[in-house]
Design a binder for this molecule. Structure first.
Ligand SMILES: N[C@@H](CCC[C@H](N)C(=O)O)C(=O)O
Length: 277
């Protein structure tokens, strides 16, 4: 099976064209391929599929084999793959995802691709939409959550997939490896959660580290950066347009007045290869 390997801010993916070749079982395929010792190594796999509602459909599976609704860094890589490999000649096109139809736009500067901007759609903020237990019919802003014998304050945001944003004093030293899994599996999150640990540097700039549902610590999370921008604005900590500094790079995120979130950042191909049977 042929594949290409991609990364966006160090969040890495194996991409396959499911219109040409499909594994018998995506979940076990993802676990095998994402293994960093016995496989290609990645945080997840991206699958190109046909769509009746958009130009293409994207599926994403985490390294543990679970399927996610959406992937922000992934959709930038997905869009660049389609454009670079001549599978579309449009620089802007609709993609069906588990979070609805989203629109990436390839950014060309003097004919060179310098990034991808994605209209990530509207954030969902009601407790039952994220979902967060015990908050039906209300937003989940600055609410207490007990983890590891301590009470933290969290803001819940869905970008199609669930996010729990926790503001911390110092993102660099926060014990994310110790506590991330406890947030992911906390009883408040019936579909588990991605958790962003965010230090506000100023009104236009935050430092964010992430523990991803199904992938543990990654170098970046695009939907997480969008959830962070929304949570930071809701908590009046930043403006609606911010730079999010991640372990693996920077993303520009704007929660626009039309309620859509726009995310801009890099998408780079690492190599192409063929999997052994
Ligand atoms: N890294 C991604 C998100 C991938 C899915 C996530 N782990 C989930 O299960 O929701 C991104 O860039 O958004």
């Amino acid at each position: 099976m042929e594949f290409t390997k991609w990364q966006g801010c160090g969040n890495d993916f194996v991409l396959i064209d499911g219109r040409k070749q499909e594994p018998d079982d995506y979940a076990s395929f993802a676990v095998k391929v994402c293994d960093r010792h016995y496989g290609v190594g990645a945080d997840g796999i991206l699958v190109v599929l046909p769509s009746e509602r958009a130009d293409f459909r994207m599926r994403i599976f985490n390294a543990d084999g679970s399927e996610a609704e959406m992937c922000g860094n992934g959709i930038r890589c997905f869009a660049r793959y389609l454009y670079e490999y001549g599978l579309t000649n449009k620089t802007e096109f609709p993609v069906e995802t588990g979070a609805g139809i989203l629109v990436p736009r390839i950014i060309l500067t003097h004919g060179q691709i310098t990034g991808v901007c994605v209209d990530m759609g509207e954030p969902h903020l009601m407790g039952e939409e994220i979902p967060v237990c015990g908050h039906d019919g209300e937003m989940v802003i600055d609410q207490p959550i007990d983890v590891g014998g301590k009470t933290y304050r969290m803001t819940g945001v869905s970008m199609g997939n669930p996010h729990c944003v926790v503001f911390v004093e110092d993102a660099e030293t926060f014990p994310i490896g110790e506590l991330g899994t406890q947030f992911e599996h906390h009883e408040m999150f019936p579909r588990k959660t991605n958790t962003e640990f965010v230090e506000v540097r100023d009104r236009g700039h935050v430092r964010m580290r992430v523990w991803e549902r199904g992938a543990a610590i990654t170098l970046a999370c695009g939907t997480g950066a969008c959830a962070t921008a929304v949570a930071s604005a809701l908590n009046r900590k930043t403006d609606r347009k911010i730079e999010v500094e991640l372990d693996g790079g920077r993303l520009l995120v704007e929660w626009a007045e039309n309620n859509h979130v726009f995310m801009t950042g890099p998408a780079e191909m690492v190599f192409a290869g063929r999997l052994a049977d």
